[in-house]
Design a binder for this molecule. Sequence first.
Ligand SMILES: C[S@@+](CC[C@H](N)C(=O)[O-])C[C@H]1O[C@@H](n2cnc3c(N)ncnc32)[C@H](O)[C@@H]1O
Length: 387
Amino acid sequence: MLNDADHEPELIALIGDEIARHGPMTFARFMDVALYAPGLGYYMRDAERIGARGDYYTSSSLHPLFGEMIARQIEEMAGCCGGTFTVIEQGAGKGALAYDILFALDQVPSLGERVAYLIVERSPAMRDRQRRLLEPWATSGRVRWAEALPTSPIRGCVVSNELVDAFPVHRVLQQNGRVAELYVGMSGEGFADVVGPPSTPELEAYLRRIGVTLAEGQQAEINLAAVEWIRQVGRALARGFVLTVDYGYPADELYAPHRKRGTLLAYFKHRTNEAFYERIGRQDLTAHVDWTTLVLAGQDVGLDVTGWTDQTSFLLGLGAAAAAEAHLAAAADEAERKRTLAGIRGLLDPRDMGRAFQVLIQHKGLTPPRLRCLAFGSSPQALFRES
Ligand SMILES: C[S@@+](CC[C@H](N)C(=O)[O-])C[C@H]1O[C@@H](n2cnc3c(N)ncnc32)[C@H](O)[C@@H]1O
């Protein structure tokens, strides 16, 4: 039932009207409206979404060490590209990662002024929040904002944390030996899954490219927006790197037959649920990333794989252990020491975000050195195990 006070009524009316006029909508369309409808979607309102008072934690919200280590990696990348260097951070949320990266870059003599920072953020509400947090850098013009990636190619690095998992996904279902699609239709006063033929041949082409045939009855998500995104990123880069942090799997693992219901989840107040048609606009919707497809689609636009590793190895390679000790030693009192320890442990612990999150580095137009972040191992071959 949709008369729950915990919904955004205007969003429900918007979705209901569209279904009434055009018939069931793809789940990708539903997710796009629920998360990004102007002024109404989950990310489009000025509300606490990320962190203790929100619905979920991101690595950037746990401890500044995460941004500090990414800044170290950016320093090395800027060194091997030469000249001016632009960091593009896409999907910056509250702006915490940008703050920590900029703060760390400013500590490196002569690097700060050589590196420009461009935030590409879809949500005006998030952009306002970011501007407030990054006020000194915004005033000096060091940080600029845009709604979309630049069309004239830059030399630099495109950084993102938990961007790709926030893209709207299509839902598919293997039925009678064929790929069918799960649409969103009306059911009484609420919304419900409706099965139909695929809305676009791209869905089957996607699965063919990664060599996946779903098991009979298996449901899965397909992130066509991720394919389009990495193509845009490749076109936006003349020379440089893409550093993508997110949670996901190689394609053969993501679409393995045991994952019968896919990986789509809703997040509300630090709990997950599968009630996708409840709390519309008030809960996050997200699906795991298919790393294999990001690599393959990247290759189409000249992005080669530099490495793929988990967050623990990524951070340790960049010197996180010594940096963690320094943060702990600098804590003013026992309470701050405990908070610091909890935050850093969350980032590094393989039982926590350390292994749940992975990092893909791609490059274009250069022969990269063995980057520091990959010193503790890199296994891009794992993305192509079965195909
Ligand atoms: C899950 S949050 C991650 C926030 C942040 N990176 C962090 O680590 O806390 C996703 C962010 O990506 C933004 N976003 C989603 N799609 C986008 C797009 N196509 N372009 C730019 N930003 C986008 C959302 O508005 C939100 O700020």
